[in-house]
Design a protein around this ligand. Structure first.
Ligand SMILES: Nc1ncnc2c1ncn2[C@@H]1O[C@H](COP(=O)(O)OP(=O)(O)OP(=O)(O)O)[C@@H](O)[C@H]1O
Ligand SMILES: [Mg+2]
Length: 308
């Protein structure tokens, strides 16, 4: 797989003395959707803005399709579309004018047919002559996406594209992002919605305190860190876990009617068969069995906790 962006030892200390990035290294693969997850203030926006050349790094390098983003800024920037976290655009312009202007800014020849396609994809076509100030928040965000796509970038950065966007629109947005990927665009997005990363990303990077603590294929991350739980519902309430089951890692529910067994999906043996035999031998009646896999949310909380 080809690397389209290579970030090496990137550090940023703001003028205030605050170190927002502490030596981040990351290779972004051509054609992937990479989600960056992290709590408020983790450094996600700083990382994106530094890669896009809006923030000057204190040290480290970024290459975009082989171009050094500082020495060869225009060539690198040309390949990139950015949807910033902060909504800022000319409120008095129409959708059509703003998006077309953005294409011109990047030195591309006018192409009304392309702009039309983008606006249609983002369900903004019927708003093309509306002034931006008359649009809802979710629509404004879609205008920003259209602006970022107007010059046909090969790489699209979306900094919290769905913040403040309702559930239905969010799904629509995910579809648009997937479409971009299907058109060969590499997509890097940040989000607070873990379900969003889980739903969309090919790979997930977790960033806290200016450091990337993990970057992994989504499926691999879930497999590696995922724990499964087996819940046994009991026919009769227990006051305590029977001594005979003391060697198993079990938890008893507050009402005494369910036992939960946690096991590691990586382990060769889950121990479920022996547990079930032991439960039967202890004379407990099991009325139902459920399994539950940890979600990305559990994994994320665990990772952030471990890194603090
Ligand atoms: N211009 C600046 N000057 C000084 N400190 C800054 C500046 N911009 C950001 N910071 C600090 O750097 C840290 C990282 O901020 P950043 O915006 O990158 O976080 P984030 O992960 O994008 O957070 P959020 O999820 O809230 O968007 C924060 O502590 C922030 O206060
Ligand atoms: Mg941010």
């Amino acid at each position: 797989m080809t690397t389209i962006i290579s970030v090496s030892n990137l550090a940023k200390t703001y003028a205030s003395g605050f170190q927002a990035l502490k030596g981040v290294s990351l290779d972004i693969r051509e054609g992937e959707i990479l989600a960056l997850l992290g709590p408020n203030g983790a450094g996600k926006t700083t990382l994106i803005n530094t890669i896009c050349g809006l923030v000057t790094p204190s040290s480290g390098t970024v290459t975009v399709a082989g171009h050094d983003h500082l020495r060869d800024y225009r060539a690198a920037r040309e390949l990139i579309g950015l949807v910033p976290q902060e909504l800022s655009t000319d409120m008095f312009e129409t959708v059509w004018a703003t998006v077309s202007f953005s294409r011109g800014l990047h030195g591309k020849k006018a192409n009304p047919a392309f702009i039309e396609t983008v606006l249609r994809q983002l369900s903004l076509w019927d708003k093309k002559d509306s002034k931006i100030m008359t649009l809802s928040g979710g629509m404004k965000r879609r205008v920003l996406i259209a602006k970022a796509l107007a010059h046909e970038p090969r790489i699209l950065f979306l900094d919290e594209p769905t913040a403040g966007v309702d559930v239905e629109l969010r799904r629509g947005m995910w579809q648009v992002v997937r479409q971009m990927r299907d058109n060969g665009v590499t997509v890097i997005l940040t989000t607070h919605y873990i379900e969003e990363a889980e739903e969309m990303a090919d790979r997930i990077g977790v960033i806290t305190n200016g450091e990337i603590i993990v970057v992994e294929e989504k499926a691999e991350l879930m497999r590696k860190l995922g724990k499964k739980q087996l819940m046994l519902r009991l026919g009769a309430a227990l006051a305590a876990i029977p001594d005979a089951l003391g060697t198993y890692k079990l938890e008893l529910d507050a009402d005494g009617r369910a036992l939960t067994y946690s096991y590691d999906t990586r382990a060769d043996r889950t121990g479920i068969t022996t547990l079930l035999n032991a439960v039967r031998d202890a004379g407990l009646q099991v009325t139902d069995i459920e399994t539950r896999q940890s979600s990305l949310e559990d994994i994320f909380v665990d990772l952030v906790r471990q890194s603090q």
